[in-house]
Design a protein around this ligand. Sequence first.
Ligand SMILES: [Zn+2]
Length: 203
Amino acid sequence: MFDSDHKPTNEGSIDVKRRVFLASAAAAIGGLVFWQWRKPAPLAAAHAASTELKEVTVVLFSDSGQRLKQVRIAKVVKTEEEWRKQLSGNAFDITRHADTEIAFSGKYWNLHDKGIYRCICCDNALFDSATKFESGTGWPSFWAPIAAENVTEIRDTTFGMTRTAVACTECDAHLGHVFDDGPEPTHLRYCMNSASLRFVKQG
Ligand SMILES: [Zn+2]
């Protein structure tokens, strides 16, 4: 409640504005310093790791799921901007920044059609519907990749858990995680994000 006696003078008001400005400028600079200090380290490390190995071994598959041949090919390396242009926001966050889609929200958890699942980023063949099973988790789940060479498993200690992350060998896209509570014959459960995959229906 302001009465005339407590109304700030013009001078006081300018002083307050100036202090507010200085405080927000300091916060902005502080934020910028924090951002600069925080961001590049893991990104630089990930970039170094992905460019160290320029060639990878993968197995090629036809769209009908036929195993063609093992090849040694150049790894797909693109900039953040290039991936952002190519992918939907959701697929970008998941594949390039290891995000996870909300359970039961993706388009493949409940898909039962015959076909293969390719990488949304580079088209590398990743899973065959023949190994897909009902996990009840709300994420598409498989008991094996289409070829061991085509996926790479990485120790993941984020969120205070030790898990095994699964990435595309050809382009490093984050796909999901693998757990050892799956069904026969492997007892593995490849818990994938629908957004990391592109289904190719067997015609
Ligand atoms: Zn890929």
